[in-house]
Design a protein around this ligand. Structure first.
Ligand code: DGY
Length: 327
């Protein structure tokens, strides 16, 4: 794949994008698109990178460790089509002088909507209810079984009160939920929405009928929702995750769901996805989604345009709006 474009920046796009995004990329850059959406491995991306100036990649690409040190010197910028950037090492990019940008803001609402879907779906049995209808087992319902769990008026703990955490809080208030949160800093008063801040994660957990994971995956947060954290939740609590799978210890969560100590879980993200821990598939009290937090046409299009804006700003010599690396 050798891009042509008469002096335009050469951009390798690793996955198929929304049509309007691909049209704009093709007009603005000497672009190598992936119209068949063939997943590229790390080695293929590295080999193709040698004939490009920038990469437009995604959090779904399997880059593996030490991807950035292995990049050819031609690459000056990586625009990731995601708000999360745990698949890229910012310090490694800074050491190589490679600029990295992401797509904050435009997927906040779509992702917060999915968090509410997980809260409702896990609590009210969307997964097992759907299966009962499809498998023609409706006749087994009685006035006392099966039963879900209340959402309205319950207590919600939010781990990570950034844009998405705050959007989850706004939605949950519509259900009359009492909102608690833990993040490194309390959020500004106008954003706090009548919530209760806990400086220590462990102090928040006993207050949570629901725990929603909304923080970034960093060395500090990976594995944070472990057996000790889950043990601090009240009996019958529900855990939902729209952030990153590796923040939750799968073994601990599966054990707590299997024993019934936790009532349910709703998960859109998984460690090692799409190869998830197979034990999740055998649990009736989990509501599983395939990482679709940002998967609406409007949101995916906005994410793509943000990548393009950042790339154009960089190649014009400007500071990209969503710069992650130090300038
Ligand atoms: C994001 O943007 O980080 C979403 O999780 C999609 O990867």
């Amino acid at each position: 794949m050798a891009p042509t474009g008469h002096g335009k920046p050469r951009i390798l796009v690793t996955r198929k994008m929304m049509p309007d995004v691909e049209r704009r990329i093709a007009a603005a850059f000497a672009a190598s698109l992936n119209p068949d959406d063939r997943p590229m491995g790390r080695d293929e991306i590295l080999a193709l990178a040698a004939s490009h100036d920038g990469l437009l990649l995604t959090s779904f690409d399997k880059l593996g460790p030490a991807f950035i040190p292995a990049l050819p010197d031609t690459i000056r910028i990586i625009a990731t089509h995601s708000v999360g950037y745990d698949h890229l090492s910012i310090p490694q990019a800074e050491a190589r002088g490679i600029v990295v940008t992401n797509t904050p803001g435009v997927l906040t609402d779509a992702t917060a909507d999915i968090a509410l879907l997980l809260i409702l779906g896990a609590a009210r049995g969307a997964s097992w209810g759907d299966r009962m209808v499809r498998e023609n087992r409706w006749g087994a319902t009685t006035l006392v079984s099966p039963m879900g769990h209340d959402v309205s008026g319950q207590r919600l703990g939010i781990l990570g009160m950034g844009r998405i955490g705050q959007a989850v809080a706004r939605r949950a208030r519509g259900f009359g939920m009492a909102i608690h949160y833990h993040s490194r800093q309390p959020v500004a008063a106008e954003d706090a929405l009548g919530t209760t801040y806990h400086a220590r994660f462990a102090d928040m957990l006993p207050q949570c009928d629901f725990l929603s994971v909304n923080c970034a995956s960093t060395p500090d947060t990976r594995g944070m929702v472990d057996a000790a954290a889950l043990a601090l939740l009240p009996e019958g609590a529900i855990v939902v995750n729209t952030a990153r799978g590796d923040i939750v210890d799968d073994g601990a969560l599966i054990a707590a769901l299997g024993s019934g100590r936790l009532a349910a879980a709703g998960l859109d993200v998984f460690k090692g996805e799409p190869d998830i821990d197979p034990r999740y598939r055998d649990l009736d009290n989990v509501f599983l989604l395939p990482h679709i937090g940002s998967a609406t046409p409007r949101t995916r299009s906005a994410m793509g345009h943000k990548c393009i804006d950042n790339l154009l700003q960089f190649f014009r010599g400007e500071r990209p709006a969503d710069l992650l690396t130090r300038a």
